[in-house]
Write a protein that binds this ligand. Structure first.
Ligand SMILES: Nc1nc2c(c(=O)[nH]1)N[C@@H](CN(C=O)c1ccc(C(=O)N[C@@H](CCC(=O)O)C(=O)O)cc1)CN2
Length: 282
């Protein structure tokens, strides 16, 4: 089975669109997302544009704020402070990566946790760790929704996450643990990585190395979720998994493009609506 994140995300966006319309009638205002982009990173420009498009698709307001790479950390922190105080703004997102002269941790900590639609603020990270209700990072949340969509029950399953980033590897591990999976977090220093991956009922690849996971890493009938966005030898977009090599061996797999990526933006819209509800006292 090829899990089309693209199709599933369109279905969810259509549901969000209806919900936004109802909220507009109920509260006479729209959920609003502010997205800040510092610098000229081309991929980031595409993602930010797609976030704006996503907002417009579901009928939410968005505010795109762009600055050139010389924008200072202090200026950015002041901008976030103003957005924190702006009652018309429900969600604030600072597109990553930031230029080297800006301290990412400081910036993420400056965002009001109730507007932190990326789920990167330490308060939201702690709540996720404790299993409390919080704004959950978009890519991991998208993966859990995809597993739900294929009715996959994680209880008692072996999940191997390859990658330990704060944005994907760590949060998705916690989410799988909450769903009663047995979770292993593997990384570049893991011994016998291939053997570790072969144990996985669900293999989550978030390493950032083009087509690194081939069929030798994958157990027959496994579910494979590919978070990677890389370029192959022909400059074609590809994941961390060698899709063609692996696809016949698995029960289900996400493609790249069209798998996890589109879900990231849809979950951002979902989080913005959640933040809106919270700000309305719901
Ligand atoms: N503040 C944040 N920064 C970054 C995040 C994030 O969640 N919050 N994640 C990534 C980039 N990202 C969203 O920001 C993102 C990456 C990829 C996709 C996506 O739809 N990918 C497509 C392929 C797109 C292409 O053609 O390049 C796919 O997989 O089908 C969406 C969002 C880092 N920064």
């Amino acid at each position: 089975m090829i899990i089309s994140g693209k199709e599933i995300s369109t279905k969810i966006k259509d549901q969000l669109k209806e919900e936004v319309e109802q909220m507009k009638n109920k509260y006479d205002r729209l959920p609003k997302l502010a997205v800040i982009l510092v610098g000229e990173n081309q991929a980031s420009q595409v993602y930010v544009r797609n976030k704006e498009r996503g907002c417009s698709y579901v009928g939410m307001d968005s505010l795109k704020i762009t600055h050139d790479a010389t924008f200072s950390e202090e200026e950015l922190l002041n901008e976030i402070k103003q957005l924190n105080e702006d009652d018309t703004v429900d969600g604030i997102l600072v597109q990553l990566p930031l230029p080297d002269h800006i301290n990412e941790d400081k910036v993420l900590e400056a965002i009001d946790p109730s507007k932190d639609v990326d789920g990167f603020h330490p308060e939201n990270v702690a709540k996720l760790f404790l299993g409390q209700k919080s704004l959950v990072p978009c890519t991991p949340k998208g993966m859990m929704v995809l597993l739900d969509e294929i009715n996959y029950d994680l209880t008692g399953k072996e999940v191997v996450v390859v990658g330990r980033s704060n944005i994907v590897g760590k949060p998705v591990s916690l989410l799988c643990l909450q769903k009663n999976a047995t979770v292993t977090i593997a990384h570049s220093k893991t011994k016998d990585l291939k053997e570790v991956c072969q144990r996985a009922d669900v293999l989550i690849a978030a390493v950032g190395r083009a087509k690194m996971i081939n069929r030798d890493y994958v157990k027959e009938g496994a579910v494979v979720l590919d978070v990677g966005i890389n370029r192959d030898e022909n400059n074609k977009l590809c994941g961390d998994v060698d899709f063609e090599d692996v696809k016949d061996k698995v029960y289900a797999i996400t493609p790249v493009p069209g798998g996890i990526g589109p879900m990231t933006i849809t979950m951002l819209l979902h989080n913005t609506l959640e933040a809106f509800y919270h700000h309305q006292g719901e």
